[in-house]
Write a protein that binds this ligand. Structure first.
Ligand SMILES: Nc1ncnc2c1ncn2[C@@H]1O[C@H](COP(=O)(O)OP(=O)(O)OP(=O)(O)O)[C@@H](O)[C@H]1O
Ligand SMILES: [Mg+2]
Length: 355
């Protein structure tokens, strides 16, 4: 196929109502013709986290306008599109249903193909939209709900090497921010506070750092942070030092595990030369710095998409939809919204597996 495709992407799985039009052809890079992200942060801030009911209602209220803006900014009409993609899971089921139902309506009315997409695949393929990274690649997926190391062999073809056994990396940032009174969303707030802090002041644990395999654990770290936080009187200095010490622990663990995974895939001779970071925590600069050094040491090329494409957005959904449409992987109008949906087939069969 040589003709470029143009696809609308709709994202409503958490607290961003997002729509985007992307044009291109796999393996990328593609062009983002519009990328509208209507954040609900202000609506959730009083509660210190995302409230599913409020999120779903906000998606209903603002999605139509967001899609219209995305099309207008791209200078296109529905008829100009080659397809419509929407996140169909995993995520907050009310919000996912809003976006998926809207996409079905648009697909039905226009006769365009529908892609009911795994949100994690959208995060995973962002590095192809931005940098045209070829398959296969090693993927560190670090977001609000996930923390995984995967080998990405192709569209829909993921093998999980490791995952968190408790909290996700972004969740750890969010909980620490709450504990330190830094507000919501937590990741950027902790990173900001950490900039002026002394990362050596508190020696927090590096959970599972020396364990076999590639799994992660952050709940012990969370407890250690809470213990220190409970034992001191907060001032700006202490908050910055705790934030910096916490961040150092998380990014060291993430980069250390990823370095180990790079060595493992090299030994497996899988022809993998790229390591990609995806999900909201990929926006963390101190993580990128450590990963950059690890990749250089191990002879891998590191690809970190820009921050606005690492947190939830419609462009990643449009791009992943575009790749699927290019391969003829179209979904029917009876596709369902899924709260849980693991990326790799192996864990899909494991009862109770974290998505
Ligand atoms: N600069 C940063 N440093 C650390 N964490 C960050 C940064 N920016 C965002 N995050 C974290 O990223 C997460 C949001 O990422 P994302 O939008 O990909 O997650 P999600 O969509 O809620 O979860 P999932 O993709 O797993 O369903 C939040 O937990 C947020 O705190
Ligand atoms: Mg996400």
């Amino acid at each position: 196929m040589t003709k470029e495709l143009t696809v609308l992407g709709i994202e409503t799985s958490c607290d961003e109502t997002a729509a985007s039009v992307v044009r291109g052809l796999a393996p990328g890079p593609g062009r983002i013709l519009s990328n509208i992200v209507a954040s609900q942060i202000a609506a959730h801030r009083p509660y210190g986290g995302v409230v599913p009911e409020i999120a779903a209602r906000a998606h209903v209220e603002i999605l139509e306008e967001t899609v219209e803006r995305a099309l207008a900014e791209a200078g296109l009409k529905i008829d100009d599109l080659d397809g419509i993609a929407a996140t169909a899971g995993p995520g907050l089921i009310g919000g996912v249903a809003v976006g998926l139902t809207a996409a079905k309506g648009l697909a039905l009315a226009s006769g365009k193909p529908l892609v009911a997409l795994n949100h994690l695949e959208a995060h995973a393929l962002t590095a192809r939209l931005t940098h045209g990274v070829p398959f296969p690649f090693l993927l560190l997926l670090v977001s609000g709900g996930h923390c995984q190391l995967l080998i990405c062999e192709g569209v829909g073809r993921f093998t999980r090497m490791g995952t968190t056994i408790d909290d996700a990396a972004g969740e750890a940032f969010d909980k620490t921010a709450k504990l330190l009174g830094l507000g919501f969303p937590g990741g950027p707030a902790v990173e900001d506070a950490a900039r002026t802090g002394n990362a050596k002041r508190y020696r927090f644990p590096r959970p599972l750092a020396d364990a076999a395999g590639f799994d992660f654990s952050f709940s012990g770290l969370k407890t250690a942070v809470r213990r220190v936080a409970d034992s001191v009187d907060f001032d700006d200095r202490i908050v910055s030092d705790i934030a910096a010490s916490f961040q150092a622990a998380v990014v060291e663990v993430l980069a250390g595990r990823t370095r180990k995974a790079m060595r493992a895939v090299r030994e497996m001779d899988l022809n993998i030369h790229h390591v990609v970071v995806a999900g909201g925590v990929a926006a963390n600069e101190s993580l990128s710095r450590l990963l950059c050094a690890a990749a250089a040491d191990e002879g891998f090329e590191l690809v970190v998409p820009p921050g606005r494409l690492c947190t939830d957005n419609g462009a990643m959904v449009a791009w992943a939809g575009l790749e699927r449409i290019q391969l003829g992987l179209i979904d029917s109008l009876s596709a369902v919204a899924r709260a849980r949906w693991p990326l790799d087939r192996r864990s899909e069969s494991v009862a109770g597996a974290k998505a």
